[in-house]
Ligand binder design. Structure first.
Ligand code: G3P
Ligand code: CA
Length: 241
């Protein structure tokens, strides 16, 4: 099986991250998968954005959790990346899923529950319920930096893959490894490059694999996937190896 190329926040190297244009571009480029991040708004809508606040990628300020969906929808989430994306809105999880269904996307959809900094109460159950009630053509993979979220989502939907995210200095990595509950690891590429051995029962999909050297390193070791801002580059290098 080829190492899967997963578009990090969509094709975020060349489009405003976590927006509809970024997801469309990833599918057009032929990415095997899409990674994205979900938060909850003040009124409980499932919001697609990376940061806990809207400051970096929109023309607004403040936490997602302190704003209603209608307030969030008034913000511009494209202009920070380039004037041509002016008018791009923050998508909801449902809007992204509807796009993937419309585009008949059959790859991997890696949804990161952003509960490491804000513990959105009930987000695991809400997301699980949404996917239980939605017919999807793609392969869903949950992930989180918060071990409790990974365990909870796995308990709620044991049939769906759940991955533990961690960084180079995450102490709980060993704990994850011992847990029979967790199938996958999504470590940083720095962690992968500083650990020469890999446990064979673990499926590794490191992030954020943007350099040609890192891409070749992962392909050579036949990792399960790479999460990259540049899927087109990653696909082109994969064709060469
Ligand atoms: O899922 C991999 C990666 O997205 C985790 O880090 O900060 O980009 O969400 P971050
Ligand atoms: Ca993420």
């Amino acid at each position: 099986m080829l190492t899967q190329v997963i578009a990090h926040r969509g094709s975020s190297g060349i489009r405003p991250e976590n927006t509809i244009p970024a997801f469309i571009k990833a599918i057009e480029e032929g990415a095997d998968g899409i990674e994205t991040d979900v938060h909850l708004s003040k009124d409980g809508a499932m919001i697609i954005m990376h940061d806990e606040t809207v400051d970096r990628t929109t023309n607004g300020t403040g936490r997602i959790f302190d704003k209603t969906l209608s307030e969030l929808k008034q913000l511009d989430a494209g202009a920070y990346f380039g004037y041509e994306y002016l008018g791009t809105r923050i998508p909801t999880l449902q809007e992204v899923v509807e796009l993937l269904i419309k585009m008949d996307f059959k790859g991997e959809f890696n949804l990161e529950l952003k509960t490491d900094k804000i513990q959105y109460s009930g987000i695991e159950a809400q997301v699980a319920k949404y996917f239980k009630n939605t017919e999807i053509p793609f392969h869903l993979i949950y992930s989180s930096f918060r071990p409790k979220t990974v365990q909870l989502i796995h308990k709620l939907c044991p049939e769906t893959e759940a991955a533990s995210l961690f960084k180079l200095r995450t102490k709980s990595a060993k704990k994850f490894a011992k847990s029979k509950l967790i199938q996958d690891w999504h470590p940083s590429i720095a962690w992968v490059r500083s650990h020469r051995f890999f446990l064979p029962r673990i499926q590794l999909r490191p992030w954020t694999v943007n350099s040609e050297d890192d891409m070749r390193y992962c392909y050579k070791r036949k990792l399960k996937g790479i999460i990259t801002d540049y899927p087109e580059r990653a696909l082109s290098i994969r064709r060469e190896v």
